[in-house]
Design a protein around this ligand. Structure first.
Ligand code: AMP
Ligand code: ZN
Length: 468
């Protein structure tokens, strides 16, 4: 099977065909940097990372653009409340976003355009929309996109045009579907904007949120590109508005494939700042889970299904990764031994690899992909138990694991997963006690380690500490 995605635009799963053979233009709506992103936001980014890595795995070159929304209603509101300049305020959150992205192993985008650095592109796009007759300056001096003059509006969320109250206007960046109305492209300066202001042909003001993504995507990917993603809450109005602006201005199709992930929920409710039911990455790390474990939780549910976050799921991720680590360590040791069972091991690796690839190609079917990974682990353990996967055979199985990891990025432990000094000290003391044949002392230390959550395994290379 070839690569297929569920396209939100057609609501069908379709074979993926890039505009230009072998290359993919990918735009993912990035964070609004007015606070520390919560793990719901990171669900979206991890899904996009899985998508991007799958494209690379399938042999495509990917040009990935992720914007940073560093001026909008929320960034202005909160920077003013904090009494800091917009740039200083958003700068902190940009840094936090990059640090968190790294902990979650998100492959960096090629470009992270910031909205405040692309105001001229936005102004020029708005000028085009006015020239084409689909945008106008209203009495409040703001510039709006006219829904009535753009009949194609509503294609993504299949809006019933009869229910649209044309002629009404909204100046907020976010609004409900019931209030489909002309939306702001350029917002005239008001008192609440403080010193956040740019000159424009329509007077002083600032861009609306939606125009930012239209301007930055065409700047870096051209007017027509392959894939655009975000969380499902971005579909309306944000993506619908992006389509309208871009297609009206450029006179061509905007995006071929739209992918949206379902929400991360807590007790059935969307995790969000406004509901106050959110965890940041730091919150979960502080509970003792590693970035790798949290990445696993965020990727293990198919992107179009709601992901119900719980600490139980973090425990399950830890258990799954420990199984993976134990198998990988055994394979690494076995790889240093003379060859045995090479053909059998190769066959297991090839079969699991093919199942994994087919699963990911099927609209990122992660459950089937992880099943293929753990089939590989089970089969490898079986061969290792029988002494029939060593030398080149073990190397082949390791290579199969590493190959899957180009997509998953969970096989290698975090530095944070490494054994703390205190535990290493206890492990050494236990070893010394054993060598001195003081087995009571050795057992005491073993219990101490167990109480701290560690077990000592005796391996060919000597004792090794592992989390329980
Ligand atoms: P924002 O910073 O609010 O623009 O959101 C950044 C990204 O996170 C967008 O793609 C949103 O759709 C996504 N998002 C926000 N909340 C959640 C959630 N609870 N689950 C999944 N994605 C979310
Ligand atoms: Zn966007």
């Amino acid at each position: 099977m070839a690569l297929e995605f569920h396209n939100s635009l057609t609501r069908r799963q379709e074979p993926f065909e890039p505009i230009q053979a072998g290359a993919v233009g990918l735009y993912t709506c990035g964070p609004t940097v007015y606070n520390i992103a919560h793990i719901g936001n990171f669900r979206a980014y991890v899904f996009e990372d899985l998508l991007k890595r799958t494209l690379l795995y399938c042999g495509y070159r990917v040009r990935h653009v992720m914007n940073l929304t560093d001026v909008d209603d929320k960034t202005i509101r909160d920077s003013r409340a904090a009494g800091t300049s917009l740039a200083a305020f958003t700068g902190r959150f940009k840094e936090a976003f990059f640090a968190d992205s790294q902990r979650l192993r998100l492959a960096p985008a090629d470009v992270y355009p910031a909205a405040t650095e692309h105001i001229p592109e936005m102004i020029s796009l708005i000028q085009t929309l006015i020239a084409k007759g689909v945008a106008y300056q209203a009495d409040d001096r703001s510039v709006y996109f006219s829904i009535a003059r753009w009949p194609a509006y509503g294609q993504l969320v299949h809006i019933d045009r009869d229910q649209m109250r044309t002629g009404e206007r909204v100046s907020h960046d976010e609004y409900a579907k019931e209030s489909v109305a002309d939306f702001a492209l350029w917002k005239a300066w008001t008192e609440t904007d403080g010193d956040v202001v740019w000159d424009s042909p329509w007077g002083k003001g600032r861009p609306g949120w939606h125009i930012e993504c239209s301007a930055m995507s065409s700047r870096y990917l051209g007017p027509h590109f392959d894939i655009h993603c975000g969380g499902v809450d971005n579909m309306f109005p944000h993506h619908e508005d992006e389509i309208a602006q871009s297609e009206a201005a450029n006179g061509c199709r905007f995006v071929n494939v739209w992918l949206h992930c379902a929400h991360l929920v807590v007790d059935g409710e969307k995790m969000s700042k406004s509901l106050g039911n959110f965890y940041t990455l730091r919150d979960v790390l502080d509970r003792g889970y590693s970035g790798r474990e949290i990445r696993y939780v965020l990727l293990a549910t198919h992107y179009r299904q709601a992901l119900n976050f719980s600490f139980r799921s973090c425990e399950d991720a830890r258990a799954a990764l420990q199984r993976l680590d134990a198998c990988r360590s055994r394979l690494e040791e076995a790889a240093r031994l003379p060859d045995a069972g090479v053909e059998g091991a190769r066959a297991v690796g090839t079969k699991a690899g093919a199942a994994f690839r087919a699963a990911m190609e099927d609209d990122l079917n992660i459950s089937a992909a992880l099943a293929a990974l753990f089939d590989l682990v089970r089969e490898a353990n079986r061969l290792l138990d029988a002494g029939s996967a060593s030398g080149t055979g073990a190397t082949a199985l390791l290579a199969a694991l590493q190959d899957m990891d180009r997509v998953l990025a969970v096989v290698t432990p975090d530095d944070g997963d490494s054994v703390p000094e205190s535990i290493l000290g206890l492990a050494a003391a236990r070893q010394a006690a054993r060598q001195a044949k003081d087995f009571r002392r050795a057992d005491q230390i073993r219990d101490q380690l167990a109480a701290a959550g560690w077990v000592i395994e005796d391996t060919a290379k000597g004792p090794r500490a592992r989390r329980k």
